[in-house]
Design a protein around this ligand. Structure first.
Ligand code: 5GP
Length: 201
C-alpha cells in the first residue's frame, strides 16, 4: 500500500499539479461526460473506477464506468477498509476502491476520481494535497434542464438528485478550483492542464 499521506504543496493561489485530482460538483452537471471524454482522449490520465450498488444504465459496462455490486458486498468493502471514501447518494452506495489509487499515486501517474461532494470531503481528509475541482453548471436553470431530461431515472430519483444538487452547489467554496461546464472540450482541456502542468520553480 502506498503512503497516502500529505506531500508538499507549493505556496500561492495557483494550484500545483496534484498526483490525485478529484472532480466533483452537483449531480447532472456533466461530470461523467467529462470523464468519458478524458477516458477516450487522454490516456496519460488514470481514471478510478468506483463501486456502486446502483443498476447499470444502458451502455454502461461492469469494470468500465463502475463495478456494479450488491449492498452486502459494498458494505463489506467499506467495513474492511477497502474504500478510500464512500457515500450514499439518491438511494445507492458509491465508493472508491483504495488500493488502485494508492498504486497509481506510488507510480506518480496523474489520477482522477469523480465523486460526489461528500466523497470529495473524505478524499481531502485522506489525501490532504489532492486537488479538488468543482464542476459548476453555467446556471441553476441549466442544471435543472439537464437533470430532468435524463429519461433513465424515475421522477422520485430526479427529485432526490435536484435536492442533492442544491446542497452540493453550496459546497463550491470548499474546492481549490471551479471550472464552469460551458463546453466538454474546454473543461477537459482545463482539467488535464491542471493535472499535468509543471509547477513553477
Ligand atoms: P451516477 O449515478 O449519476 O453515476 O452518480 C451519482 C453521483 O455519485 C454523482 O454525483 C457521482 O459523481 C457520484 N459518484 C460516482 N462515483 C462515486 C464514488 O466512488 N464515490 C462517491 N462519493 N461518489 C461517487
Amino acid at each position: 500500500m502506498a503512503d497516502l499521506g500529505p506531500r508538499a504543496r507549493s505556496p500561492g493561489a495557483i494550484p500545483v499539479p496534484a498526483g490525485l485530482t478529484v472532480l466533483s460538483g452537483p449531480s447532472g452537471v456533466g461530470k461523467s461526460t467529462v470523464v468519458q471524454a478524458i477516458r477516450r482522449d487522454c490516456p496519460q490520465v488514470w481514471l478510478s473506477v468506483s463501486v456502486t450498488t446502483r443498476q447499470p444504465r444502458p451502455g454502461e459496462r461492469h469494470g468500465r464506468e463502475y463495478y456494479f455490486v450488491g449492498e452486502r458486498e459494498f458494505e463489506e468493502m467499506a467495513e474492511s477498509g477497502h474504500l478510500l471514501e464512500w457515500a450514499r447518494f439518491a438511494g445507492n452506495y458509491y465508493g472508491t476502491p483504495r488500493e488502485p489509487v494508492a498504486e497509481r499515486m506510488e507510480a506518480g501517474t496523474p489520477s482522477l476520481l469523480e465523486v460526489d461532494v461528500v466523497g470529495a470531503r473524505q478524499v481531502r481528509l485522506a489525501v490532504p494535497d489532492s486537488l479538488l475541482v468543482f464542476l459548476a453548471p453555467p446556471s441553476w436553470e441549466e442544471l435543472v434542464r439537464r437533470l430532468t431530461r435524463r429519461e433513465t431515472e424515475p421522477a422520485e430519483v430526479i427529485e432526490q438528485r435536484l435536492e442533492a444538487a442544491r446542497a452540493e452547489l453550496s459546497a463550491e467554496s470548499e474546492f481549490d478550483v471551479t471550472l464552469v461546464n460551458t463546453s466538454v472540450g474546454d473543461v477537459c482541456a482545463q482539467l488535464v492542464a491542471l493535472m499535468t502542468a509543471q509547477p513553477a520553480d
